[in-house]
Design a protein around this ligand. Structure first.
Ligand code: ATP
Ligand code: MG
Length: 445
């Protein structure tokens, strides 16, 4: 089968010999039919203007695996400025690593200029070996060697429909293994986010992580703390929104990365919070299902679950000295503060996340108009789903989820009756039903 694959031997500028394999159109699964028209147009237009342009990255990888690509990336020898001149809807983004977003209709194609070797004066590294600026341009070959994993460094050439493979990516693809290009330690030091990308691709593709790619991860993972908190937030979201959150979460724990990304939660899980673990696992399973059926996932909900064990641990500690409601509020604040030292979480997510948490405290309280007020809360639906997830994970909430399910479908009279019944059923409205009515809600409520 490999007979017709052309093997050309070339010498890298750094002296090492690399083999390029050109896989002709009849020996691979990439077909134009499955490539977005927009990506094809972008490539064609660049070629017509006299530039080289290839499809690269996840698009090629996923098509070779018969998966549906998430997006399409294009690599070219045109500089970002030159790309920008070619397309009306083009925008240069990024500083450390400039890319051009070409927008056509609803689609955005990421166009990158071939990277060069970075032992050049135009690249800047910090003392940990992290690349701070990386805008040295090069050839197709240097570009391949600067990509992260071998399976991400395959190029599709629209001129003859061949796949170009400088890094033995086809073989790794066949063997279903993820291998970093070059020396793993150096590559993680250059960009620690590659550690998280390794987790994401291994989980999403169901690939094994090749031993020398896996080996330095544990030791180098603290370098993730040098990555900007905004980028870490983005990467963390990608990890859990890839459709393989369950596998990702397992891998993150296996490589002890949760202690870096979500330290409060990792501590609680290490201390034995089984229920917290089940809740996160349920959330991951639900998230994967939703992504697969093209439903939206709110990061606030995801974070509410991911930080739930941290919140429980902190609440337990604080509630020994403070009344429950105050302990809950303070625990929420402290857990978020602690998390913000690791990853950013924009306010548009922390606010609804706190509301989901607060409603977990409020949903058991249903007497008088309380149930109705909770139902009217803009975050009720998310909080109700969260409650069901807690029960689903094995938390005994004495039928609270079922009660709320009924309450939502009941008519006004039914609702009044349900609230009245709370006082009759011991255990439901619990201590409150036996307490004499107070004129005002206590702080704990
Ligand atoms: P996805 O399916 O998630 O889009 P992808 O492989 O296309 O996967 P992108 O983040 O879109 O990932 O990046 C496109 C390509 O750019 C990658 O396949 C890889 O070749 C290269 N790349 C991205 N991030 C890095 C990085 N941190 N270091 C080196 N190469 C990278
Ligand atoms: Mg991509």
């Amino acid at each position: 089968m490999l007979k017709r694959i052309l093997n050309l031997f070339k010498t890298d500028t750094d002296g090492t010999s690399s083999k390029v394999r050109i896989i002709p159109r009849d020996q691979h699964k990439v077909s134009r039919k499955h490539i977005s028209q927009t990506a094809l147009r972008v490539i064609k237009q660049l070629q017509d203007a006299g530039y080289e342009a290839y499809l690269v990255g996840g698009g090629v990888r996923d098509l070779l695996l018969s998966n549906t690509p998430k997006d399409f990336d294009v690599a070219t020898n045109a500089t970002p400025e030159q790309v920008k001149q070619q397309f009306r809807g083009a925008r240069i983004i990024g500083r450390r690593f400039q890319i051009v977003h070409v927008r056509m209709g609803r689609e955005i194609i990421e166009v990158t200029t071939f990277r060069g070797h970075h032992n050049d004066s135009e690249t800047t590294k910090n003392e940990d070996g992290m690349l701070l600026r990386d805008n040295v341009y090069g050839t197709l070959e240097t570009d391949a060697l600067r990509r992260d994993f071998t399976v991400n460094a395959l190029y599709y050439d629209l001129r003859d429909f061949s796949v170009i493979d400088y890094c033995n990516g086809m073989k790794d693809l066949e063997k279903r293994r993820l291998r970093i290009i070059g020396d793993a330690e150096t590559r993680y030091k250059e960009d620690p986010v590659r550690i998280l990308r390794a987790m994401r691709f291994a989980a999403k593709l169901g690939f094994s992580i090749e031993p020398s790619t896996a080996k330095p991860i544990r030791e180098l993972s603290p370098l993730l703390l040098n990555v900007s908190d905004a980028r870490l937030f983005e990467e963390l979201l990608k990890l859990f929104l890839s459709g393989s959150a369950t596998a990702t979460f397992t891998l993150l724990r296996e490589y002890d990365l949760l202690s870096i990304l979500l330290p409060g939660t990792e501590n609680a899980l290490k201390a034995g919070d089984q229920l917290g673990l089940s809740i996160i696992e349920k959330c991951m399973t639900n998230t994967d299902k939703r992504i697969r059926s093209n439903k939206t996932v709110t990061p606030a909900f995801l974070y509410a679950a991911l930080l739930w064990p941290a919140l429980q641990a902190q609440y337990k500690k604080l509630s020994q000295q403070l009344p429950p409601a105050l302990a809950w509020t303070q625990a929420s604040q402290q857990v978020i503060q602690q998390q913000l030292t690791r990853t950013a979480i924009p306010k548009r997510f922390t606010l609804p996340m706190r509301e989901i948490w607060d409603l977990q405290q409020r949903l058991p309280q249903r007497s008088g108009l309380r149930a109705l007020r909770s139902l009217d809360h803009p975050r009720f639906r998310a909080a109700y789903d969260f409650l069901l997830m807690r029960e689903d994970a094995g938390e005994d909430l004495q039928g609270l989820g079922q009660w709320w399910t009924q309450y939502q479908t009941a008519d006004d009279d039914g609702r009044i009756a349900m609230v009245k019944d709370l006082n009759k059923a011991p255990g439901e409205g619990k201590p409150r039903s036996r307490r004499p009515r107070k004129p005002k809600a206590s702080a704990a409520e």
